[in-house]
Design a protein around this ligand. Structure first.
Ligand SMILES: [Zn+2]
Length: 81
């Protein structure tokens, strides 16, 4: 996907995604902070830090979120209970 790395970077900065403290996987923390991510992304587009236009980058951020979820490691260890 185009601009996935840049979009993930924005999601990380907005604390939408982060690392599982136990397993180190990138996981979804708070989708509610997505508006913050959009604001950061919009600033980056304006500053010329991303080679995408506004609409394209907002869509990249939105679609990148869908690639994150619960930690695979945590899911596996809880299924052993
Ligand atoms: Zn985990």
């Amino acid at each position: 996907m185009a601009y996935f790395e840049e979009a993930s970077d924005v999601l990380r900065r907005a604390n939408v995604i982060g690392d599982c403290e136990i397993h180190g996987y990138e996981v979804l923390i708070d989708e509610g902070r997505l508006t913050t991510a959009y604001k950061i992304g919009a600033k980056m587009v304006k500053a010329g830090e991303v080679g995408a236009d506004h609409v394209t980058f907002m869509e990249a951020i939105k679609s990148a979120v869908g690639d994150y979820g619960d930690c695979i490691g945590c899911r596996q260890s809880s299924s052993h209970d």
